[in-house]
Design a protein. Structure first.
Length: 407
């Protein structure tokens, strides 16, 4: 290894150690992004709520919905009996409720059949507001510290004061003839101490809509803090003890029924994996730059080994030709040919009779007449005492002719 390359490697190792030290010593920042994902553990996610809701419901089960409400309710409707295959509560908890009109229409139909729709969001779509006859406003004057309470005196002990994440989104207009107010919110620095409506119930056919404007109360941060879970239990007390169909933000969007999030997107979403990805790209770039400047060494030309088999054969052939030992040449050719018969066709060559000829004819594909002539020639030469050049030529020509047809 050259001195220059050692310097480069030393610099690279120093960079790796420095980056690793910085990453290890740096405190992990808290991600306060409001993602409301039931699979994540960030403060404003719903993993704790999703796990604990089963303990609150003693007769129903929670089932995740990974499609739009329109797709879900369409699949669950029995067109022959004109009724839904499932019964229970459809639940969606999100900061901004982004639902298309077709999905809202399916929700209205599902509620009219005696089911419940529970929606907790800061903002709700206009089509839903117009369909149910309510309005939502946001008052930015107040800080986030507020007390959330219920109109039902039996839930008086479930009211809580929140000091983080509360937004003053409230129902500014409701149809008082059909709508029941279930809860209020009151801000600490409001001189008028106004009770802003944040939880209502609107009947639809045989069922109802439960609308709530403070989804942050169901997040990991608040459910793990002191006894704040009591307020969430008070809200869920209005939900029937039936199956809950939880609207998951992890939607399935691809045709094959899988999520379309790429592996790279997942890597970039995780701090440790993101840094590993960036460092890997940096090291790859450094490696490419070093190799661009690398000098090509002179490659020695190595001559291939000569094939001496032909020369050896030619030398042996000349030796036999000069000595005129035709008998030895003929016997060796016969010996090698019989060895070929044994290894290629697995035949016994001790007895060269009529049976041997028929079997050799069948296995080799040569005609029976040619095979018998070759075997007859071999027998004659084995018994002959004196040989000349013609004998060698005859056996050579016969064997080569047999081998050509064989191949």
């Amino acid at each position: 290894m050259s001195k220059r390359l050692k310097i480069y490697l030393g610099i690279l190792i120093a960079i790796i150690v420095a980056v690793a030290f910085v990453e290890v010593s740096r405190p992990t920042p808290i991600d306060w992004q409001e993602t409301y994902n039931e699979r994540q553990t960030k403060p404003y996610d719903l993993q704790i709520f999703h796990k604990e809701i089963d303990a609150i419901m003693y007769s129903g089960k929670i089932k995740n919905v990974y499609r739009t409400p329109f797709e879900f309710f369409k699949d669950q409707y029995d067109w022959k009996r004109y009724e839904y295959k499932v019964q229970g509560t459809y639940m969606c908890i999100t900061p901004d409720l982004l639902i298309d009109p077709s999905s809202i229409h399916e929700m209205l139909d599902f509620a009219a059949e005696g089911n419940t729709i529970f929606l907790s969001a800061n903002e709700m779509p206009r089509y839903l507001r117009d369909s149910l006859g309510f309005s939502i406003e946001y008052d930015y004057r107040f800080a986030s510290k507020a007390t959330l309470k219920f109109t039902n005196n039996r839930l008086k002990n479930n009211q809580m004061t929140y000091d983080r994440g509360i937004k003053n989104n409230y129902f500014s207009y409701i149809d008082t003839l059909n709508t029941t107010v279930l809860g209020y919110q009151q801000f600490e620095n409001d001189s008028t101490q106004t009770n802003y409506t944040n939880f209502i119930k609107i009947p639809i056919g045989k069922g109802s809509f439960l609308l709530h404007t403070q989804p942050v109360t169901f997040t990991n941060y608040h459910l793990l803090k002191d006894d704040y879970h009591k307020y969430s239990e008070g809200v869920l007390a209005y939900i029937p003890n039936e199956d809950v169909f939880f609207d998951s933000p992890n939607k399935i969007t691809s045709a094959d029924g899988t999520n379309n999030d790429s592996d790279l997107r997942f890597i970039l979403a995780q701090p440790a994996l993101r840094w590993a990805w960036y460092l890997g790209l940096l090291f790859l770039l450094i490696f490419i730059l070093f190799n661009i400047k690398r000098k090509q060494r002179i490659v020695k030309v190595i001559k291939p080994l000569e094939n001496t088999t032909v020369d050896f054969t030619r030398t042996i052939g000349n030796l036999f030709y000069e000595t005129k030992d035709h008998q030895n040449v003929a016997h060796k050719k016969i010996t090698y040919f019989l060895e070929y018969i044994r290894t290629e066709y697995f035949m016994d060559t001790q007895v060269l009779d009529e049976k041997f000829c028929k079997r050799l004819h069948q296995k080799s594909g040569n005609s029976l007449e040619e095979t018998e002539q070759l075997v007859k020639l071999i027998k004659i030469l084995k018994k002959k005492l004196f040989f000349d050049e013609n004998d060698v030529l005859k056996i050579t020509e016969a064997i080569e002719k047999f081998r050509r047809k064989d191949n």
